[in-house]
Design a binder for this molecule. Structure first.
Ligand SMILES: Cc1cc2nc3c(=O)[nH]c(=O)nc-3n(C[C@H](O)[C@H](O)[C@H](O)COP(=O)(O)OP(=O)(O)OC[C@H]3O[C@@H](n4cnc5c(N)ncnc54)[C@H](O)[C@@H]3O)c2cc1C
Length: 302
C-alpha cells in the first residue's frame, strides 16, 4: 500500500501547471483531493513520477453567480462545499443533494468536483446530475480555453473529452429555464449503493418543470452506474414531456430507463438486476422530483 516514488510540485498559477505538464508529459499527474488518485497509486494502478498539486491555484477555487444567472463552481470546490454552500443550495439544489451522498465525511472534505468529473468513474454521482442540469465544463490548456457541454464530456469508463494537457477549471450550471413562463422545477437524485458511502450501483438524477396547468413542461432524466458513462434517458423524457403526470405515466416512462443501453453486469450485480434497479429508481426519482415541483402530494414514491 505504499506508492512508488514521485516528485511533488505545488504551482500557484495555471501557466505554471501547463509548463509542468509540458515538461513532464505523461509521467505527470494532476492532484486535487487525492481521493481517487492516491488509492490508485497505493495499489500501483497508477505510478506517476511527478505529481502536480492544484490545491494552490487560486483560479480553480470559488463559487459565484454570473450576470446571466448561471452558477459557476471552481474545479477545486469540495463535495462538502457543494453540499453546504448556500449559493449552491439555492441555485443548484440537485447538485447539493448529490454531493451529500458522495462517500463519507472524509471523502467529502477532500474530494473535489473537478477531480471527480475528470476521473469519470462510471459509478460516480455527479455526472448524471450535470447531464440533467445541462451543465458545461470549462477546460483550459496551453492552447487556450474551451467549454464542453456535459453531454459531450463523458465518453466511457474513465474516458472524457479532456486532453492530456488540459485542466478542468470550472463547472457552469445555467439558470433554470422557463422562469418567465412560471415554470416551477423539482429535482431529485436517488442512488442504490450496497452500503451508505459506496459508489452507485445505479444513480438517477431527475429534473421536472411544472407549468401552471399542471403538465410537465420539461423533463430531464440522467443515469449513472448503469453502463460505461452517464447518459440522458431520452425515451423517458419523451414519454413524459408536455403531459400531466400520474403514477401510471411515471411507471410507463420509467420502464424505458435503459432503452438502447448496453447495461453492465459485473461482480456486484447482474445486468438484469441493474436494469431493474434503473427502472425502479427512475420511477421514484421522477415522482419525488414532481412532488418537489408542487405536483400532487399523492404522487409519493412507492
Ligand atoms: C472511500 C471512498 C468512497 C467514495 N465514494 C464515492 C461515492 O459514493 N460517489 C462518488 O461519486 N465518488 C466517491 N468517491 C470518489 C471521490 O468522490 C473522489 O474524491 C473523486 O472521484 C476524485 O476527486 P479528487 O478531487 O479526490 O481527485 P484526485 O483523486 O486528486 O484526482 C482524480 C483524477 O482526476 C485528475 N484531476 C483532478 N483534478 C483535475 C482537474 N481540475 N483537471 C483535470 N484533471 C484533474 C487527476 O489527475 C486524477 O487522474 C469515493 C472515494 C473514496 C476514497
Amino acid at each position: 500500500m505504499i506508492p512508488s516514488a514521485f516528485t511533488y510540485h505545488r504551482p500557484q498559477t495555471l501557466e505554471e501547471v501547463f509548463e509542468l505538464l509540458g515538461r513532464h508529459g505523461d509521467q505527470a499527474k494532476l492532484l486535487a483531493g487525492g481521493h481517487s488518485l492516491l488509492p490508485a497509486m497505493k495499489l500501483r494502478l497508477a505510478q506517476p513520477q511527478v505529481l502536480i498539486d492544484l490545491g494552490r491555484v487560486r483560479e480553480l477555487a470559488g463559487v459565484s453567480v454570473e450576470p446571466d444567472g448561471a452558477l459557476r463552481l471552481g474545479a477545486l470546490t469540495t463535495h462538502h462545499q457543494v453540499m453546504t454552500d448556500p449559493v449552491v443550495r439555492r441555485h443548484a439544489p440537485l447538485l447539493a443533494e448529490v454531493a451529500g451522498v458522495i462517500g463519507d465525511m472524509q471523502v467529502r472534505y477532500r474530494g473535489t468536483l473537478g477531480g471527480s468529473i475528470a476521473h469519470a468513474d462510471p459509478a460516480a454521482d455527479y455526472p448524471a446530475a450535470l447531464l440533467a442540469l445541462e451543465a458545461e465544463i470549462e477546460v483550459a490548456g496551453p492552447g487556450g480555453r474551451r467549454t464542453v457541454p456535459a453531454g459531450e464530456f463523458f465518453f466511457g469508463p474513465f474516458i472524457t473529452a479532456l486532453q492530456p494537457d488540459e485542466v478542468v477549471t470550472a463547472v457552469r450550471i445555467p439558470a433554470a429555464a422557463g422562469a418567465d413562463q412560471g415554470w416551477r422545477w423539482g429535482y431529485r437524485y436517488l442512488k442504490m449503493a450496497r452500503r451508505a458511502s459506496d459508489f452507485a450501483l445505479v444513480g438517477v438524477a431527475a429534473a421536472i418543470a411544472r407549468e401552471g396547468q399542471g403538465a410537465a413542461a420539461a423533463v430531464r432524466v440522467a443515469l449513472n452506474g448503469v453502463t460505461g458513462a452517464a447518459y440522458r434517458a431520452a425515451a423517458v423524457e419523451e414519454h413524459l414531456a408536455g403531459r400531466v403526470p400520474s403514477e401510471e405515466l411515471f411507471a410507463e416512462a420509467a420502464a424505458r430507463a435503459v432503452d438502447g443501453v448496453d447495461v453492465d453486469g459485473d461482480a456486484l450485480t447482474s445486468a438484469e438486476y441493474r436494469a431493474h434497479l434503473a427502472r425502479v429508481y427512475t420511477r421514484r426519482a421522477l415522482a419525488e422530483a414532481w412532488q418537489r415541483a408542487g405536483g400532487q402530494a399523492a404522487m409519493a414514491a412507492g
